[in-house]
Write a protein that binds this ligand. Sequence first.
Ligand code: ZN
Length: 165
Amino acid sequence: MTLGNLRDLYQQVILDHYKKPRHKGKTNPIDRQQRGHNPSCGDTIELTVHLAPPDADNGESRIADVKFEGEGCAIAIASADLMAEALRGKTVAEALEMVQRFQRMMKGEAEFPKELRKLNVMQGVAQFPVRIKCATLSWHTLRAALEPQAVTPEEGYVSNEGEEA
Ligand code: ZN
């Protein structure tokens, strides 16, 4: 496979998830809710999360479902949809670890394991620095949703303007 074909493949996957998102809407019930905004492109998404009751053995909460709504470019929407797909069944701790991993991946410092390799299509975006924030918006918003005490959202939005990526 040449590099050109690989880039086409990334584009196909991104466009497919943009046109036919699998995880658009709101979870039922809504246990966590967070809006996020990427001022550099104008992407706005709203995440809802349904958490399963804490595990009886270790007290850890698992993500039963994640959905999103919003307006954004193909990269922002596809990234939110791929993220929602990847997060189902993960514990909150695992999800937060994935946020960090995704940000490292966008800097070219990490790869996702085989079962989550689909997320690697976003690496194609990493070549375009101005679009990286489009890809990381949903992850940034997820972190705020799972760690509500860690941010002070203005008007209910978290913004990734000050973020490195
Ligand atoms: Zn965008």
